[in-house]
Design a protein around this ligand. Structure first.
Ligand code: HEM
Length: 438
């Protein structure tokens, strides 16, 4: 389905069922579903941006044909994500909840006190001393990687995005970076499960089984190779490996959450890296500005993240009957916050499609409220460090005609291949002079 067709459907679509009314079958007149299952956003970024714009302008809150409340207004998106009355855990019957236990045990899908306790438990991973060591590793890794790039053209997907974040995630966990490719492959089913891809139950069950294998393998590896990290988190390595899949136990919850941390750390960083480099190199003035004034890089990272967030949408459920704006919602009804649309809401951002380094507005790129990203500092540091190294080595860099390829995993969006190169006319131009405070 093309984004144009999707947009046309959206414009013609009825407002969806009233609260409490029977929800139509999934395939009747889906609006959101094709966006998150058919690789549509990756193939038709511009068309989908037009759809987002139309949603924010005309229907900032509506109920789609699947029965999901779709929020594209920035203000309402912030309100939903910040209010504990909207929970992350889907309302499942007990038997189904038991089947999905390893994924439901992750902090991403827990709420209230249990969720807060999990965040506290894993907070020591991000303490200053560990971060200092991790930053030193990241800086060195970026330097080595950028120095090894060819002089005139490279695929930033293969040589940077698929490489640096997964290695950073390994070191965060206390593992050697060499484990990265195997762990990325192993945890792919976990990523698919948390990605919001609409899937038939048989596929979900297959993914769940593969996710159990990943959780057990990561727990075993950490018990053997990262006991210091586990002791630091007050987790017994032997018990972790032994009880990784004993649902409902404390060690099973730890194993699931360690796996989630790895996946959350590398995936969104990998996707953001492609999105940021694509936008930055499409704007030659912006790239040159960063090369000349590296102090602008942090604001550039924030602004490009606003325009192309890795997580295009976030899902919540009404914990009880409540009112959103002036619309009544029933307990359990799903609410989808369209982050990518809300981040360009003209009511919150003047000239929303422009890169404006003067803005200091908050965005939804890293979520908001109780589930806001725990790795935001790390992610920004890696993106900023990479931009600094690349603009220093390539004062001019542009997208190449060679085919790049988008990468969409459900609601997650980035690039698989992204070809960049030094424009021919500037290959011999002298490098711009750095500012004294660079
Ligand atoms: C540019 C890179 C990143 C982006 C765009 C990003 C984005 C997000 C977003 C939007 C959420 C909110 C999810 C929700 O509300 O449902 C989130 C949560 C989370 N992120 Fe990140 N993230 C990034 C990097 C990282 C890194 C480096 C780590 C780990 C070191 C990490 C760990 C997490 C975890 C564990 C959560 C779940 C928090 C919770 O549910 O309480 N993220 N991230």
């Amino acid at each position: 389905m093309s984004a144009g067709l999707l947009l046309a459907e959206h414009e013609a679509a009825p407002a969806g069922p009233a609260p409490g009314q029977a929800v139509p079958r999934r395939d009747d007149a889906a609006i959101l579903t094709p966006l998150f299952q058919d690789d549509l956003i990756a193939r038709e970024r511009d068309g989908v941006l037009r759809l987002y714009k139309a949603l924010t302008r005309d229907r900032p809150l509506f109920r789609d044909a699947n029965g999901s409340w779709v929020v594209s207004s920035f203000e309402q998106g912030c309100a939903v994500l910040s209010d504990p009355a909207y929970v992350a855990q889907p309302p499942l019957p007990a038997e189904e909840a038991a089947v999905y236990a390893p994924i439901l045990a992750t902090m991403l899908l827990r709420d209230g006190d249990a969720h807060a306790a999990l965040r506290r438990h894993f907070a020591p991973l991000f303490k200053t001393q560990r971060m200092d060591r991790l930053h030193a590793f990241m800086d060195q890794d970026i330097a080595t990687c950028v120095a090894a790039l060819p002089a005139s053209a490279f695929d930033a997907g293969a040589s940077l995005a698929h490489h640096l974040p997964a290695r950073m995630a390994c070191v965060l966990m206390g593992l050697a970076p060499e484990h990265a490719p195997r762990l990325v492959a192993l945890t792919a089913p976990v990523l698919r499960l948390i990605s919001g891809t609409p899937l038939p139950p048989t596929s979900m069950l297959a993914l769940l089984q593969a996710s159990r294998v990943a959780i057990q393998a990561l727990a075993t590896l950490m018990a053997r190779q990262a006991p210091a990290t586990l002791h630091y988190l007050d987790i017994d390595p032997h018990a972790l490996a032994t009880h990784a899949l004993s649902d409902g136990t404390e060690h099973a919850s730890c194993a699931s959450n360690l796996c989630l941390l790895f996946v959350a750390a590398y995936t969104t960083s990998m996707l953001s890296l492609g999105n940021t480099l694509a936008l930055a190199t499409q704007r030659p003035g912006l790239w040159t500005q960063m090369a000349q004034e590296p102090s602008r890089i942090p604001r550039t990272v924030a602004e490009l993240g606003r325009l192309a967030p890795a997580a295009q949408a976030l899902q919540r459920y009404a914990a009880h009957d409540l009112t959103l704006g002036d619309v009544p919602l029933r307990a359990g009804e799903p609410v989808v916050v369209m982050v990518a649309a809300a981040n360009r809401d003209p009511r919150a951002f003047e000239h929303p499609d422009e890169v404006d380094l003067g803005r200091h507005a908050r965005t939804l790129t890293f979520g908001a409220g109780p589930h806001g990203c725990v790795g935001v500092g790390l992610a920004r540091r890696q993106l900023g460090g990479l931009l600094a190294a690349l603009t220093s080595r390539y004062p001019r860099l542009a997208p190449l005609a060679r085919p790049s390829r988008g990468l969409q995993i459900g609601t997650f969006l980035g690039y698989d291949r992204l070809w960049l190169g030094v424009p021919a006319e500037s290959a011999k131009a002298p490098a711009p002079v750095r500012q004294p405070n660079a």
